[in-house]
Ligand binder design. Structure first.
Ligand SMILES: [Fe+2]
Length: 159
């Protein structure tokens, strides 16, 4: 086994970076979904939701940067073109969504995809002893699960 300068198995680290790039691409789609609903939301709940969506995209923006910098820390290159993001997209792309329930459902559906990718990275990073990536995934998962609960509560649905 060859190890890199941070003591991790080089081969496993490369594979984790590929998965992190997949997460990064999908996070960018989620981020852009949030910008879209922040801009296009209409109706009597406009003021609440406009602000809430800004709060969420600001948080997503920070996480995008953390993922990209983790990829660099692992010695690989983060994806950074719209083309690469579109090609990797598994998160549903929201377009022209202005109705509040559809907007909140888009968030829930987007987070469901991100959670799935993160849980998979949680397993592979655990197996590779990559605590840095592992704890990042744990933190993301905990926060996003809470967001899903709150969005579901807003929709009047159970988790
Ligand atoms: Fe704005």
């Amino acid at each position: 086994m060859t190890v890199n300068s941070i003591g991790l198995d080089t081969k496993k680290t490369k594979s984790i970076a590929v998965d992190l790039n997949h997460l990064l691409a999908n996070f960018q789609i989620y981020y852009q979904n949030l910008r879209g609903i922040h801009w296009n939301i209409k109706g009597k709940r406009f003021f609440d939701l406009h602000v809430k969506f800004e709060e969420l995209y600001t948080d997503a923006n920070i996480k995008v940067d953390e993922i990209a910098e983790r990829i660099l820390t692992l010695g690989e290159t983060p994806l950074h073109t719209f083309e690469d993001y579109s090609n990797a997209a598994k998160v549903p792309v929201g377009k022209n969504i202005s109705e509040d329930e559809k907007a909140v459902k888009l968030i829930v559906d987007s987070l469901a995809v991100l959670l799935k990718i993160e849980r998979q990275i949680l397993d592979t990073s655990d197996e590779a002893n990559d605590e840095g990536t592992n704890s990042m995934m744990s933190d993301f998962i905990t926060e996003q699960e809470k967001t899903v609960w709150m969005m579901k509560a807003w929709l009047g649905e159970s988790v």
